[in-house]
Design a protein around this ligand. Structure first.
Ligand code: NAD
Length: 482
């Protein structure tokens, strides 16, 4: 049995600027997907806790100084949070590695992203127009952008410190107050983030942190004192959240699933394309919303790509994410492993060709591991071509004309990311402009969260990152002056 060290447990929630006793003694057991053993516990926040946190955030918004501070003053606090996050990055990354199974290198990169996001949020006020003069036929006035109010921020487990920071930074920069509910999987690194908030000394109630499950989340968003919900996670949960707040016309921003395509043309360079496609599909065991999970290749080049991708996948070191050189750790949890293995069975039964992988790697049966898996001859009607698998499973889809490739790329309910690999950047850009997606790379792939990030279609609603991300946390008020 692989040994996984115990990591820090927490027994309090961060509400109203203090670490408080939870309403009940219910605990979330944090299970390491490396060996399936409990490595820590944190409180499992209940509806009563959520109500208490919303009341604290409401008070901080309605009575507190926070929404009325100048944007520069708030930026000072955000810089302090950034400094506190920086100090804790190695501890957060180490906890994340054992609680979610991300290889050290990926854990470090995610936490470095969090640092970048706090730096970015603390300079947003220099780029965002909080107030401007307007005039129109017969009048003039001021357009004032005010904070939307109390925000419920709900995130999944696949990169919680970075995902949380991407939302909370702009929310605070706008002058909102926040109740932050991370997922029950992987909450320890997030509780360390709560310690960074505490150390930065924001006014009480401006930010509250409570890990909890789906029901607690549902209770949180249903509280009428919540003005805005910002959510990242599955499309199914996003839809449910939207329905739940519809009655009060609640504001929502949703960053949801993806099934992003890499379109490879006749004259694309094999080596260059491979360099991007392999990493963009399998990073964090494929548990990335923007992952490139469909590779569209000309039928005449399918075998060339499949052979090269097979060799690359079989060369990837799978194993204990704490070990040097390991590129693929376990999935985040057993239930995620079960889901991915089910999808592999679905792919086989649909008639797709399993090229490599498809099972649990030998010697790693105790954890939540799945081999890097490649399917070829995948067609657009197959479920593995349409649904988000969220694991290390990539499908190669042959096409006959570039028009057909564009059509296939657009033929899912998603539209989050993508890439085009072609002989020239100009040709690639022409194709990219026809893909209905929020971000798309030309002969490269990135997930850029300091620029507008978000989805077309059922990949979400609204954008995060930069001033577009801040815009999601303000209301526009027109003051008509005499
Ligand atoms: P999920 O969307 O159900 O949960 C994400 C977060 O939302 C968690 O904090 C959860 O407690 C909360 N939540 C769920 N339902 C809620 C509700 N009705 N009201 C309020 N909060 C709610 O995701 P999951 O169950 O962890 O994963 C299932 C699948 O979702 C994955 O296999 C993957 O396909 C997809 N997923 C996508 C992303 C992404 O970034 N796009 C992230 C995680 C999961």
């Amino acid at each position: 049995m692989t040994d996984v060290e115990q990591i820090r447990s927490f027994d309090k929630l961060f509400i109203g600027g203090e670490w408080v006793e939870p309403a009940t003694d219910k605990k979330i057991e944090v299970v390491s997907p490396i060996n399936g053993k409990v490595i820590a516990t944190v409180p499992d926040a209940q509806p009563e806790d959520m109500d208490r946190a919303v009341a604290a955030a409401r008070k901080a918004f309605d009575e507190g100084p926070w929404p009325h501070l100048s944007p520069e003053e708030r930026a000072g606090y955000l810089r302090r949070i950034g400094d506190e996050v920086k100090k804790r990055m190695p501890d957060m990354a180490a906890a994340f590695t054992v609680e979610i199974g991300a290889p050290q290198m990926i854990a470090d990169a995610f936490h470095d992203n969090a640092r970048k996001m706090w730096e970015d949020s603390s300079t947003l006020y220099q780029r965002f127009t909080f107030e401007e003069e307007r005039s129109w036929e017969g009048g003039k006035g001021k357009l004032v952008r005010e904070p939307v109010g109390v925000c419920a921020i709900i995130i999944p487990w696949n990169g919680p410190v970075a995902t949380g920071s991407l939302k909370i930074g702009p929310a605070l920069a706008a002058g909102c107050t926040v109740v932050f509910k991370p997922a029950p999987e992987g909450p320890v690194s997030v509780m360390m983030l709560a310690e960074a908030f505490d150390a930065a000394g924001l006014p009480p109630g401006v930010i509250n942190v409570l890990p909890g499950g789906r029901e607690a989340g549902q209770h949180l968003i249903s509280n009428p004192d919540v003005d805005k919900v910002s959510f990242t996670g599955s499309t199914a949960a996003g839809r449910k959240i939207m329905e739940s707040v519809a009655g009060r016309i609640g504001r929502v921003s949703l960053e949801l699933g993806g099934k992003s395509a890499a379109i490879v043309t006749e004259d694309a360079d094999l080596e260059k394309t491979l360099g991007s496609v392999v990493f963009a599909g399998l990073g964090n065991s494929g548990q990335v919303c923007a992952a490139l999970t469909r590779v569209l290749v000309p039928r005449s080049r399918q075998e060339e790509f499949v052979t090269a991708m097979k060799a690359a996948y079989e060369g990837i070191k799978v194993g204990d994410p704490r070990e040097e050189g390991v590129l693929l750790g376990p999935l985040a949890a057993k239930r995620q492993q079960d889901r991915v293995l089910d999808y592999i069975e679905v792919g086989k039964s649909e008639g797709a060709r399993l090229v490599t992988g498809g099972g649990v790697p030998k010697g790693f049966e105790e954890g939540a591991f799945v081999e890097p898996t490649l399917f070829a001859d995948v067609t657009r009607d197959m479920r593995i071509a349409k649904e988000e698998i969220f694991g290390p499973v990539i499908v190669v889809m042959p096409y006959d004309t570039i028009e057909e490739a564009i059509d296939i790329a657009n033929a899912t309910e998603y539209g989050l990311s993508g890439a085009v690999f072609a002989g020239s950047d100009e040709e690639a850009e022409k194709i990219a402009r026809k893909i209905r997606t929020g971000q798309i790379g030309i002969n490269n792939w990135q997930m850029v969260v300091t620029e507008p990030f978000g989805g077309y279609k059922q990949s979400g609603l609204g954008r995060e990152g930069n001033v577009e991300g801040l815009s999601a946390f303000v209301e526009n008020k027109l003051i008509m002056t005499p």
